[in-house]
Design a protein around this ligand. Sequence first.
Ligand SMILES: *[C@@H]1O[C@H](CO)[C@@H](O)[C@H](O)[C@H]1NC(C)=O
Ligand SMILES: *[C@@H]1O[C@H](CO)[C@@H](O)[C@H](O)[C@H]1NC(C)=O
Ligand SMILES: *[C@@H]1O[C@H](CO)[C@@H](O)[C@H](O)[C@H]1NC(C)=O
Ligand SMILES: *[C@@H]1O[C@H](CO)[C@@H](O)[C@H](O)[C@H]1NC(C)=O
Ligand SMILES: *[C@@H]1O[C@H](CO)[C@@H](O)[C@H](O)[C@H]1NC(C)=O
Ligand SMILES: *[C@@H]1O[C@H](CO)[C@@H](O)[C@H](O)[C@H]1NC(C)=O
Length: 493
Amino acid sequence: MSKEAGARDTSSRSRMRSQRWPWLVTTAAIALSVILLYTVRTNGPQRVGDTVFLRTDRAYVVSKRNRSVAGTGLPFAKSWGAYSPSFPRAEYTVPRMCKVTMANILERHGARFPTSGATTRIKSAVAKMQAVPAWTNEEFDFIKSFVYDLGKDDLIPFGAKESFLAGTESAQRYAHLDAPFVRASGSVRVVDSATNWTAGFVSKTGVPLPDALILPEDDGFNTTLDDSMCPTAASSDAQEAIWQDAFAPRIIARLRAFADPPESLNLTNVDVPNLMSLCSFHTLASASFDIAPSTTRSPWCKLWTAEDAAQFEYWMDLDKYYGTGYGNELGPVQGIGYVNELLARLTRTPVMDSTSTNRTLDADPATFPLDRALYADFSHDNQMIPILAAMGVLNQTHPGAMNPARLDVGRTWIASQMVPFAGRVVVEKLSCGREEKEMVRLLVNEATVQLPKPCPAADDGLCGLEAFVRSQTFARGGAPEEWARCRSSTQER
Ligand SMILES: *[C@@H]1O[C@H](CO)[C@@H](O)[C@H](O)[C@H]1NC(C)=O
Ligand SMILES: *[C@@H]1O[C@H](CO)[C@@H](O)[C@H](O)[C@H]1NC(C)=O
Ligand SMILES: *[C@@H]1O[C@H](CO)[C@@H](O)[C@H](O)[C@H]1NC(C)=O
Ligand SMILES: *[C@@H]1O[C@H](CO)[C@@H](O)[C@H](O)[C@H]1NC(C)=O
Ligand SMILES: *[C@@H]1O[C@H](CO)[C@@H](O)[C@H](O)[C@H]1NC(C)=O
Ligand SMILES: *[C@@H]1O[C@H](CO)[C@@H](O)[C@H](O)[C@H]1NC(C)=O
């Protein structure tokens, strides 16, 4: 059954009733529009009450030529926020009359195990589910004998494969430009992603590449690829707690109805999103690219409805928005250093920055060349988010945007579409038309993104290089007041 079939049923029923109750058709039409709008905006859920946490089997986009990592045959979920596997939001095409002359790839590490902190929280929630003496629904039968055996922090085989395939795809797209200059943030999973990506690239060109330049994540080391440079920034805990308290009680009540006795289930609100994240982690940890998708889903996925999934997704979106995004007054400033490096590469002029860059590294052509046509940097979701925010793209401006107490269906801030595992933010420089005008465009998971003024509103996302540089006033200005606040209490600690 599809969304469209459902919509037809409802409207034909409304038509039959309309002769007797004209007001009913109006009400139904309004309700239907709201549902359709919601469905379109959030790209799901398709069936409320469905036990499937994945909402995507049908909606999943596979590139026609199978060049993208999505062509791996696994129709995976898009609603897992930052725990979604990467998927293309559009088909990659180069605008007519243009050719790409330079590309700057910023990519998140591939799928990983839960972090150490998340592991503790997930295990605690699982233990509470396992403390229930009996369940009255067979979907819960697996819980008693479930053994939590996931690792921590590191890349998983699925993530290594995502990164490798992204490397082959980038080689097909950009190898004619140059050999890539590769940097990676110091976490093992990020470095492993960079090496797997590089192996994928080399598998297409046959030309060996040097190891990635690693930017340590240690205290005291300046880096533009990790969000460790602003220790005073607030976390998103407060906003997440508000939303947890709004959506989790209904879910706990439903689970309790299946627990025997009901009061044996001692789940708290914060346990709910942690337990829900297991759907992604457990599925991906055992995922092979060759197994049919229906057989690879974790049984944990079956406990959640499509409505639950949408609420979990919002929890993730709030996490990123208030964590290091626009919702945090010290969020965007954390991306300035990277944007200034990007501007240096695009204009082939030395880096001008007084925030998170390491001036020693950036002044040395061996560690920060300016004459290359292809760059690839590997980083984390929590650092890619402020980089997008420092660029001034994807801001949420409608009234009530990202209200932590109420799911904002009008939002376009959707973590799975920005920073899924192996998610990528690519800035291309292009040469367009007979005058060979230098243009720039930004692709976030293949979809072009509207750049800030004075860049024109354009469907193809193209902006003149000079206009783009001018649009980056926030990064070029360095936000000294915010940056000082980022650093202010480091001495006091
Ligand atoms: C894309 O990949 C899938 C999974 O490997 C395969 O089933 C499908 O036939 C491929 N499509 C094309 C057009 O090659
Ligand atoms: C790919 O990543 C895995 C970790 O998932 C790592 O063990 C392996 O060495 C990496 N492969 C390459 C070629 O770097
Ligand atoms: C900058 O990079 C250099 C070269 O790797 C390193 O020796 C130095 O410790 C770094 N300094 C900071 C503050 O990051
Ligand atoms: C659940 O919490 C109640 C009250 O805190 C406690 O008495 C009970 O032992 C707990 N049950 C389990 C199974 O942990
Ligand atoms: C590292 O960043 C700090 C804070 O912006 C700055 O004061 C320092 O000069 C930077 N060090 C280097 C080597 O770039
Ligand atoms: C993002 O939008 C909000 C309004 O919703 C505005 O207050 C804020 O200044 C914007 N941030 C940037 C960096 O454009």
